[in-house]
Design a protein around this ligand. Structure first.
Ligand code: UDX
Length: 441
């Protein structure tokens, strides 16, 4: 919304939320989320045509176009628990819009939703006898965290799905006009509503599948003399495959991939497409396997026991340049290491607050420290879990000197200089490459 407000000065954008402290924070220079470049964008429009408020009812009444971006977590109860999307927040918003509106509006599905949600919402919204018409348009968001501002300013594509009726076409044009302020028209794709809803799930499923594919190969590379980085470089040079999203890792995290695949699986199952459901489910199974495999390699590498050993986790966010820890591999890895009775010390430049909340039940066995040198001091092993650039720049000689010996590095993101660390004395365990050890067991 901040980018829309910045790029479209003739529109008045009001962002509303039930959470007053977040709305307050949006009006300060200490925004409630960390995202490079966002503060500048917010500042360019705040107070001019970008406003933040908790008065949801007033904003509904005043607006002609409403973007709904409430969360749609995986259901934890009843039919479809663990897979289907929980649509209660979306439906609540739809009913509130219905209740407050005195004129027709375009309602935009910005949250990622299962296929056919728009038509359900349209049924709820248009079940009124006041002659007000609501046109529901799907406009999924493809931005990635950490690069959100750049992704919004220069998107590969903007997707708008609308009903193929006169009212649908008109609503679609209204939304196209917003983005056309800065996105070339050729990059604004329009489809029917269902294709749009499904495309969002499929885009995330394909991205996640690519990571699971390269991660599956990383397991094979560790057993042979192949390097997954070299394999990725070679296959990525094929323009049909492309070079991006081929970094083997401890596994993917984030609020979207798992949730969206579970959703896709659930939809397939509900149409009796069990083979298709199993195919996509295997992407998640491979991800679990990769996280487990990382911890197993740590235990095996450190002489089959890590009981009482101090292990420093470098990074807790699900990826670099964000403080977000939703579905972060670091949490699963931490839990498995604690299960093995290790002592954990976690460092991360942006995610320690979230880490503290995520591990609230285990804080007697977990230390959280800002400074990576302090985290590593006295540790038996360092495990790099998030690819923060700063970890590459550290004085690894100093870290080595402060650690217990033999000292181990498990590079879950392949960002360190393995040969140099090995020469310093570290035992180095990359992902998808043979380990470099100073002993033969
Ligand atoms: C993703 C999609 O990229 C975005 O289009 C969608 O709108 C939301 O979901 P995001 O979750 O922010 O965005 O992060 P992304 O950069 O896609 O990374 C997801 C996870 O995959 C991270 O844990 C990341 O570390 C991991 N990853 C990514 C890899 O392990 N290897 C890679 O090569 C790329």
């Amino acid at each position: 919304m901040a980018v829309i407000a910045m790029k479209c000065p003739e529109y008045k954008v009001t962002v509303v939320d039930v959470n007053a402290s977040r709305i307050d924070a949006w009006q300060t220079d200490d925004l409630p989320i960390y995202e490079p470049g966002l503060l500048e964008v917010v500042k360019a429009a705040r107070g001019r045509n970008l406003f933040f408020s908790t008065d949801i009812k007033a904003a509904i009444r005043e607006s002609e176009i409403i973007f709904v971006s409430v969360n749609t977590p995986t259901k934890t109860f009843g039919e479809g628990a663990g897979k289907a999307a929980d649509l209660q927040y979306w439906e609540k918003v739809a009913r509130e819009i219905l209740q407050e509106s005195t004129a027709s509006k375009v309602v935009i599905e910005k949250s990622t939703l299962p296929v056919r949600t728009a038509s359900t919402m349209e049924s709820i919204l248009n079940a009124n006898s006041r002659g007000i018409h609501f046109e529901v348009v799907s406009n999924p968001e493809f931005l990635a965290e950490g690069t959100a501002v750049k992704d919004l300013l220069e998107p590969d594509r903007v997707l708008i799905g609308a009903q193929q009726t006169e009212a649908g076409d008109a609503a679609c044009r209204e939304v196209v006009d917003i983005y056309a302020h800065w996105v070339p028209r050729g990059r604004i794709l329009t489809t029917n509503v269902w294709s749009s809803e499904l495309s969002k799930l499929v885009a995330n499923a394909f991205l996640a599948q690519r990571i699971s594919s390269i991660n599956s190969i990383s397991a094979l590379c560790e057993r042979t003399d192949a390097s997954v980085a070299e394999v990725a470089r070679v296959i990525g040079a094929d323009s049909r495959l492309g070079a991006r999203f081929l970094n083997a890792s401890v596994g993917f995290g984030g609020s979207c991939f798992k949730k969206d695949i579970l959703n896709l699986v659930y939809i397939c199952e509900s149409y009796g497409l069990n083979e298709v459901a199993r195919y996509w489910e295997s992407v998640l199974q491979m991800n679990d396997y990769q996280e487990t495999r990382f911890v197993r390699a740590m235990v095996r590498g450190m002489f089959n026991t890590i009981v009482g050993k101090r292990i420093a986790l470098f990074g807790f966010a699900f990826k670099a340049d964000t403080g977000d820890t939703r579905e972060t591999p670091a949490l699963y890895i931490s839990r498995m290491l604690l299960e093995e009775r290790a002592r954990l010390v976690i460092t991360d430049p942006k995610a320690l607050g979230n880490a503290k909340a995520d591990l609230a039940d285990a804080l007697d066995r977990v230390e959280l420290v800002e400074d990576p040198y302090e985290a590593a001091a006295g540790a038996h092993a360092v495990a790099v879990v998030t690819e923060w650039a700063l970890y590459r720049e550290l004085d690894w000689g100093k870290i080595y000197d402060s650690m217990e010996k033999p000292a181990f590095v498990f590079d879950g993101r392949n960002i360190l200089e393995h040969r140099r660390l090995f020469d310093m004395g570290f035992n180095v365990y990359p992902i998808g490459m043979p380990a470099m050890k100073h002993f033969s067991i």
